[in-house]
Design a protein around this ligand. Structure first.
Ligand code: SF4
Ligand code: SF4
Length: 134
């Protein structure tokens, strides 16, 4: 049986509604991601400059090396000092004088969530202290 015009229109509307809903949900996810980045930038600024003990403890669990992807220099916006090269690597135009929060990225595991998985650092679990057997 051929679909009636009404059915075709309603099917089309449903598809349009679904596309609109998907677009809204992407916009919400994007807004949440950006909010996380804003929060992360502030948190790292405070940590790197005023919470050195916590930073040392957190960095003791960090492993890996920087692959110079530059993703941490594009959190929220592209830093004007970021230089991109043809081989895909990046450098900092003020490397020697870069802020503490740049030097230390990523400070915590949750910082990695702001660069969508491009950072080559990772964090191990905090070792569990074993009690001495008596
Ligand atoms: S100052 Fe340098 S290290 Fe910091 S975000 Fe800009 S380019 Fe990156
Ligand atoms: S995101 Fe990670 S690997 Fe990439 S430049 Fe920043 S610290 Fe290095």
């Amino acid at each position: 049986m051929k679909p009636t015009r009404n059915r075709r229109v309603s099917k089309q509307r449903t598809l349009e509604e679904r596309l609109a809903a998907a677009k809204r949900s992407r916009a919400v996810l994007d807004a949440k991601f950006r909010a996380r980045q804003v929060h992360g930038k502030l948190r790292r600024f405070v940590s790197a400059n005023f919470r050195k003990e916590d930073v040392i403890a957190s960095l003791s669990l960090r492993r890996g090396e920087c692959n110079r992807c530059g993703a941490c220099c594009e959190i929220l916006f592209k830093c004007p000092f970021l230089r991109k090269h043809e081989d895909g690597t990046t450098t900092c135009g003020i490397y020697e004088d870069r802020p503490n929060q740049c030097r230390l990225f990523p400070i915590e595991r949750r910082d990695l969530e702001e660069v969508r998985g491009t950072c080559s650092f990772y964090f191990i679990e905090k070792p569990v202290k074993l009690e001495k057997a008596s």
